[in-house]
Write a protein that binds this ligand. Sequence first.
Ligand code: CA
Length: 198
Amino acid sequence: VERVLAVGRQLPFGMISPDESSSWIHLRRCTSFWLARSACYRDAAMRILLVEDERSAARMTAKGLREHGHAVDVVGDGVSAVRHAATVTYDIVILDLLLPMKDGLEVCRELRSTGDAVPVLMLTARDAVEDRIVGLDAGADDYLTKPFHFGELLARVRALTRRRALPILPEHLTCGRLALNTRTQEAWSDGQPIELTA
Ligand code: CA
């Protein structure tokens, strides 16, 4: 969808028919609307709060998530994490366990005590069962031990956000001559495939 939106933005409207132009505008508006409301969808863009005090790990993780189309806010301590979560609606919080000022457990407990049900994926450097138990009891939804494979992080993020709500972004969108498959990210005009840029 992001790729179609990008193409839509770049289209030279003067070089295509008014019909096609308005279809693109409409399709763009529709997909923007659905994107905004479909954070639960498997491949939809999500707003993620990453709480990690190790700068290189935070930078790498945020970079990877952004490359997958997600908007990522990064904070390096527990107090900032609680403040951000209170002011911004996130689709998921990726929360390191050991943090300065306020650790991941305290952050998690504080979020839950205010009724914030945002999915929390806890990260820890130790694969200790006690850590996992305490983290889950504090309100975390899932656990990942560092170092982790980035693919596993993405899969867990998808699983946690999928669990929250039913997908509302349809797989097939059509508007006039234009058609879009939101799962495969393919688009057609008059049945002819449109080559999309990244
Ligand atoms: Ca840490």
